[in-house]
Design a protein around this ligand. Structure first.
Ligand code: MN
Length: 445
């Protein structure tokens, strides 16, 4: 677990004035990494206020020690940084914090260097931060699993394994796309209209999003060498917003017995910025409090540190902007507001379970949490749940679905052409500077 230090001081200010604004997403306490395009080349950068600082330019100007310089320079994405040890990652944060908060730092005082290293975020194209090798999606919200289970298997919503292990499936890394990429409605097999009938092939009619949080893996492990829960946090680099686009009709037909396949693999969006575990240190808190009749996890999946600090206090919001709203100049309409603190399993437990059979993870691999849903209707993280007439685990008799009403008078059970889904996330605490994860958006075409 990362410790608090001077880089979390809520009073720290940057000489970049936009980073001190009360509304900035990227104050000096945050320092998320991303990849942007400048002069035709992908470059590794860190966000501060409304600016992005090119780390490659700083490395060329003699900043950073050798291993940090190589990690930045020899890669076109963040995989190099994700190969660094915890101590090296902390050293990099400290060096960047000093450069960006000390008005006497060489970056602050050398105007030529400043001009070549700093760009306005508005003026650059943000790229996918990592060429992910492997992507795994979990199913770690008790509320989501119970709600969805109640729809698909009313008599048996939560399968007997669910509270004993973080359920997951292998996702598709090749179709991960950065926020802003258009999402094409997939074609696929749709379930028969009545039981015993034949399926049809055509455009998905129940297009949905899933609000999720992703974690990028640092360091990785050798094949055959599991990562213990005590060590798991060192192997987490940072977190990002994820939208696991889902074709619900295709999913319902194909998911048994081996889990989701084409209903998920057509696209998954990720946000451009990666907020490090170091930046999240002030916002760690208890893991989900299990009810007394829940089973105790097996020893490899539990320890005191994880129970006390394995959670992340992160607020998550989903908004929708339809074509008609866009034409009428309306702001995106909030669909839900939830908390990552509602997840039954922690990221460390997911990582430990993933490697418990000896499976090797590599730097830059992505694990996603599964849909983040809470106990209330307005904290449900996908349309499948938001339009379902049931409370957590309890369907309303005689009722199935109620469409969401939008400010234009439009209604939605699932996504329509032109709909844009926007996910935002932030960590706030009364005694801390609020830090944001940025935005993950995608429009269905
Ligand atoms: Mn998912």
């Amino acid at each position: 677990m990362r410790t608090l230090d001077h880089t979390h001081d809520p009073h720290a200010r940057s000489w970049i004035e936009s980073a001190n604004s009360s509304t900035t997403e990227f104050p000096p306490q945050n320092l998320p990494f991303g990849v942007f395009q400048a002069d035709g080349l992908p470059r590794v950068g860190v966000a501060i206020g409304d600016q992005v600082v090119c780390l490659g330019t700083l490395a060329e100007a003699g900043f950073f020690n050798d291993s940090l310089g190589v990690a930045i320079h020899d890669h076109v994405d963040l995989t190099g940084l994700m190969s660094l040890s915890v101590a090296e990652r902390r050293a990099l944060r400290h060096e960047l914090f000093q450069l960006l908060t000390d008005p006497q730092s060489r970056l602050a005082t050398d105007s030529r260097l400043r001009q070549s290293a700093l760009r306005s975020i508005d003026q650059v194209q943000l790229l996918k931060p990592v060429e992910v090798g492997d992507y795994t999606d979990f199913y770690a919200s008790l509320y989501h699993a119970t709600n969805v289970g109640s729809m698909f298997r009313p008599d048996n919503p939560l399968l007997p394994n669910w509270k004993h292990l973080p359920i997951g499936y292998h996702g598709r890394a090749s179709s991960l796309v950065v926020s802003g990429t258009e999402i094409r409605r997939p074609n696929g097999q749709l379930p028969p209209a009545q039981e015993g009938g034949a399926p049809t092939f055509g455009p998905c009619r129940q297009m949905d999003y899933e609000l999720e949080v992703g974690a990028y893996i640092a360091l990785g492990n050798r094949l055959g060498e599991p990562i213990s829960l005590a060590d798991a946090e060192d192997y987490l680099f940072g977190i990002t917003l994820v939208n696991d686009w889902s074709a619900r009709d295709m999913q319902r037909w194909e998911y048994q017995p081996l889990g989701p396949f084409l209903a998920k693999s057509f696209a998954t969006s990720v946000s451009p910025w990666v907020v490090t575990m170091e930046a999240l240190a002030p916002f760690r808190g208890p893991a989900f409090e299990r009810s007394l009749d829940d089973p105790t996890p097996l020893p490899y999946l539990q320890n005191d540190t994880n129970a006390k600090t394995g959670g992340i206090q992160l607020q998550l919001e989903v908004s929708l902007l339809t074509e008609a709203m866009r034409q009428q100049g309306l702001a995106p309409h909030r669909l839900s507001l939830g908390s990552f603190g509602n997840m039954y399993w922690t990221l460390a437990q997911m990582l430990t379970h993933h490697t418990s059979n000896g499976c090797n993870l590599q730097p830059g691999d992505l694990i996603a949490s599964g849909t983040v849903s809470g106990p209330t209707r307005d904290s449900r993280g996908c349309l499948l749940e938001l339009t379902w007439d049931g409370e957590y685990g309890k369907p309303v008799p005689g009722s199935q679905r109620t469409a969401l009403k939008l400010p234009t008078g439009e209604e939605r059970l699932f996504l329509a052409a032109g709909d844009e889904v926007l996910i935002r996330g932030w960590c706030e605490h009364p005694e801390r500077r609020t830090i944001h994860l940025g935005e993950c958006r995608g429009q269905v075409v």
